[in-house]
Design a protein around this ligand. Structure first.
Ligand code: HEC
Length: 159
């Protein structure tokens, strides 16, 4: 019996090691509650190579990629500009292109992704309803590209 239970544990460990989530090295948390984000809410189609890379090192591989920034811009105009302004200058929601953050963690790519995916307070609902995870990275790349703040405060460049 002891041997059998050892085998069972062995199988369990092997399953964990080969599961697709084994490569994930970052933990995503809700901006407000700090609870681990439930990625099962994610829309289909977002589990791209870029997103997999992001889940490993927490850096947005799309930053600085002009063609992606253009796509991100058009997604931003559809889903975010109504509340945050066309140049992310702030409207109903705060400005997203300057160096002041209500939640300082948004200065990092992990933090910004967490706020997009899981939302924040009030009108800032979880964006997984509207965008898949790859699209969120595209929007993030656009926002970083129109940054007007102090370069020394651009935390995502230091990651
Ligand atoms: C219905 C209006 C609305 C929409 C749509 C919306 N937001 Fe927001 N957003 C808000 C409000 C209001 C806040 C402030 C919430 C808070 O302080 O907790 C906010 C906060 C944020 C923050 C935190 C800013 C900080 O200073 O820390 C980020 C980042 C953000 N929104 C990004 C986005 C992006 C990107 C989109 C589109 C994918 C989006 N929001 C769509 C209303 C909206």
């Amino acid at each position: 019996m002891i041997k059998l239970s050892k085998i069972m544990v062995g199988i369990g460990v092997t399953m964990i090691l080969v599961s697709p989530f084994a490569s994930a090295e970052i933990t995503l948390r809700n901006t407000i509650t700090g609870e681990t984000l439930d990625m099962s809410f994610a829309k289909k189609g977002g589990d791209t190579d870029a997103f997999k890379q992001f889940m490993k090192d927490g850096k947005n591989p799309y930053n600085g990629k002009k063609d992606i920034e253009e796509k991100g811009k058009s997604l931003y105009m559809t889903g975010c500009s109504g509340c945050h302004g066309h140049e992310a200058e702030g409207k109903l929601g705060p400005g997203l292109a300057d160096d002041y953050w209500t939640y300082p963690r948004n200065g990092t790519d992990i933090g910004l992704f967490e706020t997009l995916f899981g939302g924040a307070n009030g009108m800032m609902g979880p964006q997984y309803v509207n965008f898949n995870t790859d699209e969120m990275l595209q929007i993030m790349a656009f926002l970083r590209s129109i940054y007007t703040g102090d370069k020394s405060k651009a935390e995502w460049l230091k990651q």
